[in-house]
Design a protein around this ligand. Structure first.
Ligand SMILES: Cc1ncc(COP(=O)(O)O)c(C=O)c1O
Length: 420
C-alpha cells in the first residue's frame, strides 16, 4: 500500500486552483523595522525590502523595552517553560502576565494560551460542551479559529450576516427565551478593516440574556486609552462576557489569552484540552509581552502615529486613483478582484521595487475580492508612503494593461506571496 499519491493529488489540486502557498523567506533586522532581507532562493545573498503587510502593527517586536525584558528573562530563567501549566510550566511571569491582562481589560481574571488561535478554539469548544443546550450565534466573517472552536463544541450554532443586527435578532428569536446563548464576534475584521457595532451587540445580548465573546486580536495595543482594544475605546468592556486577544500582533511577541470572570476563567483553565495538554509559553515570551503591554498602557504615541500613517496611506492611494477600500481602521486594503493579477502585482512590487505586500486570495477572502492588504506602522515614514504609492501606481498600470511580461512561470515561482 502506498500513500504518497494522496498528498501529490491534493497538492496538484491546490496548484490547479492557484491556491498553493509558498512563503517569502524574510529576515527581519532588529532595530530597522519594517526593513528585512528577502531571499529569492536559500542560496541567494538577499535584497533589502520594506514590509508592508506585517501584523506586528506597532513594531513592538523590536522595541528596546521588549528586547531587554526577553534577553534578561533568557539569562535568568533559560529557554523553555519546562512543562504544561500543571506540570511545572507555571512561572511567576505567567502569573504576572495573567494579572496584567485581567487588569488591562478590567476583568477579574485572565488565562494564557500558546496563541490567539488556540485561545479561540479551546475556549469556544469548551464552553459549548460545558453548558448544556448552549446555542452559539457567530458572525459570518469570524476567524477560522472561532469557527473551529464552535464546530468542535458540538453545540447548535447559527451564523448571522456580517454585522447585521436585524438578522441576529431574527436568529435569536428562533430559540427559546430560556435557552443559554452566546454571541461571538470580532471588533476589527482584519480583511476589510471594518469595526463591529459593539455597543449595539451588547445591547442585543443583554435584551436576550446572551453571553458575549469578543475577539480583539486586531485591536489590542492599538485602540483605547490604554490599548485594551475597541471595547475600551467604546467604553463597553464591562458589558462583554469574554474578551480574547493575542500577544502576537500589536504586542509584538506571541501567545493568546482570554479575560473574563474569575469563575469562567477557572472553569476553562480546568477543562480546556488546548490549555491543559500543551507546554506553556516560554518565560521570555511572557516577559516580552509584559514589557510590551506595560509600555503601551501608558504610551499613546505609537497609537497616534499608527492612525496617522494609516490615514496618510489611504489618502495617498486615493489621490493616486488606486482602488483603496473604505476602511475605518488601521488596515488598508486595495481591491484587485482577480487572483492572478493580485499575485502578479505582489511579485512585481517585491522583485522590482523591494516592497513586500502579500496577495490575499480565496479562501481568506471570497473569490472575486482578491486584494492587497497594507498595514502601515508608526515606523513607516512619509517617504516610505510616497515610495509605495508611486510603485503601486506603476505596477498596477503594467499588470492591468496586460503589458506585464512576467509569465505564469514567474508567478508560480512566487506563489510565496500567498496569505498565511
Ligand atoms: C481575528 C483573529 N483571531 C485570532 C487569530 C489568531 O491569533 P494568533 O495569530 O495569535 O494565533 C487571528 C490571526 O490572524 C485573527 O485574525
Amino acid at each position: 500500500m502506498t500513500y504518497e499519491h494522496y498528498f501529490a493529488a491534493h497538492l496538484e489540486q491546490l496548484k490547479a486552483e492557484g491556491r498553493y502557498r509558498t512563503f517569502a523567506d524574510l529576515e527581519r533586522i532588529s532595530g530597522q523595522f519594517p526593513k528585512a532581507i528577502w531571499r529569492k532562493t536559500p542560496e541567494d545573498s538577499g535584497q533589502l525590502v520594506t514590509i508592508w503587510c506585517c501584523n506586528d502593527y506597532l513594531g513592538m517586536g523590536q522595541h528596546p523595552a521588549v528586547l531587554d525584558a526577553m534577553q534578561q528573562a533568557v539569562a535568568t530563567y533559560g529557554a523553555g517553560a519546562g512543562g504544561t501549566r500543571n506540570i511545572s510550566g507555571t512561572t511567576h511571569l505567567h502569573v504576572e502576565l495573567e494579572a496584567e491582562l485581567a487588569s488591562l481589560h478590567s476583568k477579574e481574571a485572565a488565562l494564557l494560551f500558546t496563541s490567539g488561535y488556540i485561545s479561540n478554539q479551546a475556549t469556544l469548544s469548551t464552553l459549548g460542551r460545558m453548558i448544556p443546550g448552549l446555542v452559539i450565534f457567530s458572525d459570518e466573517c469570524n476567524h477560522a479559529s472561532m469557527i473551529e472552536g464552535i464546530r468542535q463544541s458540538k453545540a447548535e450554532y447559527h451564523v448571522f450576516r456580517h454585522n447585521d443586527l436585524g438578522h441576529l435578532r431574527q436568529l435569536l428569536d428562533m430559540v427559546g427565551p430560556d435557552c443559554p446563548k452566546l454571541i461571538a464576534f470580532e471588533s476589527v475584521y482584519s480583511m476589510d478593516g471594518d469595526f463591529a457595532p459593539l455597543t449595539d451587540l451588547c445591547a442585543l445580548a443583554e435584551e436576550y440574556g446572551a453571553m458575549t465573546y469578543l475577539d480583539e486580536v486586531h485591536a489590542v495595543g492599538m485602540y483605547g486609552a490604554q490599548g485594551a482594544g475597541v471595547a475600551e475605546a467604546q467604553n463597553c468592556a464591562h458589558r462583554l462576557t469574554i474578551i480574547e486577544g493575542t500577544l502576537g500582533k500589536a504586542f509584538g511577541v506571541m501567545g493568546g489569552y482570554i479575560a473574563s470572570s474569575r469563575l469562567l476563567v477557572d472553569a476553562i483553565r480546568s477543562s480546556a484540552s488546548g490549555f491543559i495538554f500543551t507546554t506553556s509559553l516560554v518565560p521570555a515570551v511572557c516577559a516580552g509581552a509584559l514589557a510590551s503591554i506595560r509600555h503601551l498602557r501608558h504610551s499613546r504615541e505609537e497609537r497616534r502615529l499608527h492612525q496617522l500613517r494609516a490615514a496618510q496611506l489611504k489618502a495617498a492611494f486615493a489621490a493616486a486613483q488606486l482602488p483603496v477600500m473604505d476602511s475605518p481602521s488601521h488596515i488598508v486594503p486595495v481591491m484587485v478582484g482577480d487572483p492572478v493579477q493580485c499575485k502578479a502585482i505582489s511579485v512585481k512590487l517585491l522583485e522590482e521595487h523591494g516592497l513586500y505586500v502579500q496577495p490575499i486570495n480565496y479562501p481568506t477572502v471570497p473569490r472575486g475580492t482578491e486584494r492587497l492588504r497594507f498595514t502601515p506602522s508608526p515606523a513607516h515614514s512619509e517617504e516610505d508612503i510616497k515610495t509605495v504609492v508611486q510603485a503601486l501606481r506603476i505596477v498596477w498600470d503594467e499588470v492591468m494593461s496586460g503589458a506585464d511580461s512576467s509569465s505564469s512561470e514567474q508567478q508560480n515561482n512566487h506563489a510565496a506571496l500567498s496569505v498565511a
